[in-house]
Design a protein around this ligand. Structure first.
Ligand code: EPZ
Length: 418
C-alpha cells in the first residue's frame, strides 16, 4: 500500500490538464450492456474504479479492450451471466447501477447490495422502488437484489431525494421499457446528463435531462455509438483548491466552468481570483483568504465531493467558517486528521466550524475515503515540513496520476511504497 510524501510551502504555478470524469465514466461503461453492438468510449480515466467496472462487465460476458490510452471498446454481444458479485460491488458501490441495464437487456439481474461505506449508510431503497415501479419483481436475498422482469413497462417514479445513482439506474432500465417513464425529482448532475447524452446517441428517447423531471420513451432496441466522457469537475475543483491553498497561479485546462458555478462562487468569496482562460479556468490566490459559510447540496448546489477539500482550504482563512454537510451523514472523517496537523475545527452533527488561519504542521495522516485523501494532500501542500498520507489507494479510485500532475506545477510530492 503506497503512501504520499509531501513537503509543503510551494506556490503551485502553471497549467494542468484534467482527466475524464470518474462519476460519468462508470455509469456510461455500464450502459454498454444495453446493446449487442460495439460501444467506443473516449476520455476514460485510468482509475481503480474504472478497472473494477470493466472487470464486472467481463464477468457478465462483455468483450472489453483498451484501444487507446483513454479509449475503451466494449461489446456486449451476449450476456453470459446476470450476477454482479459482492466481492466487486463492495469495492465499488457504483457497480450497483449494473442492475438497470442488465434487467432491461436480459430480464434478469442478481446484484449484490453495496452495504454502508465510510461516508454514510448509503441505502439503495430509491433504486429498488423505482425499478419495481417499472414492473420488476425484486427480492432481497442473501445480500443480493434478485430482479426479474420479462417486460419492463414505463411508469411514473417519484424520488424522495434526487439520488444520482437511482436516477441513472432507473433511466437505464426505462430506455428499453414499453411506454413512457417519468422520473420526478430526478438528479441534475452533469454526470447524469452525460450518461443521457450517451444513451441518446445509442438511440434512446430521453427529454428533460438536467431538470427535475426526466421523460424516457422506451424503444425496442439500442445500437452502438462512440462517446467522449466529460472532464472531471471534481478533479477541477480539487486543483482549484490546490492553487488557492498554496497561494499559487494555476490554469486548469478543460475545466467545465458551466458546471462549476457554485464552486467558483464560493472560492471567489474567499478572495481567490478566477477567470476563464482558453477552454479552462485560471485560479490565482495572492490575498489572505476570507472565511465563508457553505452548505453542500445536490447539483447545481455546492458538491459534497468538494466539501473535504474546501475544509482544508478554510483552515487557512482569517476568521470563522461554517460548513454544513447535507448529503452524507458521516463525511467529516478528514477533519480528525486535519486536527492532527494543527487545524481548529469543531464538529456538531452535520455542521463543522473551522477557525483560521491555523499553522498546519506536517504529520503522518491516514486517508479514510477518496475525497478525504485529497483533502489531506491539499493540507500537506500548505503545511510546513513533511506530511505522510497513507492508504492512498483511496485516492487511486478517483484521481489519475495526481502526484505527477501536482509535480508538473511545482509541488514537492512523491509516491512511495509503504
Ligand atoms: C454519487 O453517489 C457519486 N458517486 C458520489 O461521489 C457523490 O457524492 C453522490 O453522487 C452525490 O453527489 C458516483 O457517481 C459513482 P446519491 P450516489 O444516490 O449515486 C441517499 C465520489 O467521491 N440515498 O445521490 O451513491 C444517500 O444515502 C462519490 O466520487 C438514499 O437514501 O449518491 C445519500 O445520502 C462519493 N436511498 C443521498 O441520497 C437511495 O436509494 C445522495 O446519494 C439512494 C440514495
Amino acid at each position: 500500500m503506497d503512501k504520499m510524501i509531501i513537503h509543503g510551502g510551494v506556490a503551485l504555478k502553471g497549467k494542468v490538464a484534467l482527466s475524464g470524469s470518474k462519476n460519468a465514466a462508470l455509469p456510461i461503461i455500464m450502459a454498454s450492456v444495453l446493446t449487442a453492438d460495439p460501444v467506443i468510449i473516449g476520455n476514460v480515466p485510468r482509475l481503480r474504479d474504472v478497472r473494477t467496472a470493466v472487470d464486472l462487465l467481463v464477468r457478465l460476458g462483455v468483450q472489453a479492450r483498451w484501444i487507446g490510452e483513454h479509449e475503451l471498446e466494449l461489446r456486449a454481444r451476449e450476456i453470459t451471466s446476470h450476477e454482479a458479485p459482492y466481492e466487486l460491488v463492495k469495492t465499488m458501490r457504483a457497480s450497483f447501477v449494473a442492475l438497470g441495464p442488465l434487467l432491461a437487456r436480459t430480464g434478469r439481474a442478481r446484484v449484490s447490495t453495496p452495504g454502508g461505506c465510510a461516508i454514510g449508510a448509503r441505502p439503495v431503497n430509491l433504486h429498488i422502488a423505482g425499478i419495481r415501479a417499472l414492473g420488476a419483481r425484486i427480492q432481497l436475498r442473501n445480500g443480493y437484489v434478485e430482479a426479474r422482469a420479462p417486460h419492463l413497462c414505463g411508469a411514473r417514479v417519484w424520488l424522495d431525494s434526487p439520488s444520482v445513482g437511482a436516477t441513472e439506474n432507473i433511466m437505464m432500465a426505462a430506455v428499453l421499457a414499453k411506454g413512457t417513464t417519468l422520473i420526478e425529482n430526478a438528479a441534475r448532475e452533469p454526470e447524469v446528463q452525460d450518461l443521457a447524452r450517451m444513451l441518446a446517441a445509442m438511440g434512446a428517447r430521453i427529454e428533460g435531462v438536467g431538470t427535475h423531471v426526466i421523460e424516457i420513451g422506451g424503444v425496442e432496441r439500442l445500437h452502438g455509438t462512440q462517446h467522449r466522457v466529460i472532464p472531471d469537475r471534481i478533479e477541477a475543483g480539487s486543483l482549484m483548491v490546490a492553487a488557492a491553498i498554496t497561494g499559487g497561479d494555476l490554469t486548469i485546462e478543460d475545466a467545465p466552468a458551466d458546471q462549476l458555478g457554485a464552486v467558483v462562487e464560493k472560492l471567489r468569496e474567499t478572495g481567490v481570483e478566477i477567470s476563464t482562460h482558453g477552454g479552462g479556468l485560471r485560479v490565482t490566490a495572492n490575498a489572505p483568504l476570507r472565511p465563508v459559510e457553505l452548505r453542500t447540496l445536490p447539483y447545481p448546489g455546492f458538491p459534497t465531493d468538494l466539501q473535504a477539500q474546501m475544509m482544508a482550504l478554510l483552515t487557512q482563512s482569517s476568521g470563522t467558517s461554517v460548513i454544513t454537510e447535507t448529503i452524507f451523514e458521516n463525511r467529516f472523517m478528514h477533519a480528525l486528521e486535519l486536527l492532527r496537523m494543527g487545524a481548529d475545527i469543531v464538529m456538531k452533527g452535520p455542521t463543522a466550524v473551522v477557525r483560521g488561519p491555523s499553522h498546519l504542521s506536517g504529520a503522518p495522516v491516514m486517508a479514510t475515503d477518496l475525497r478525504a485523501s485529497m483533502s489531506l494532500i491539499l493540507a500537506g501542500l500548505a503545511a510546513d515540513n513533511e506530511t505522510e498520507v497513507s492508504r492512498v489507494y483511496h485516492l487511486d479510485r478517483g484521481y489519475e496520476a495526481l502526484d505527477a500532475k501536482l509535480r508538473s506545477v511545482g509541488a514537492r510530492i512523491d509516491r512511495v511504497p509503504a
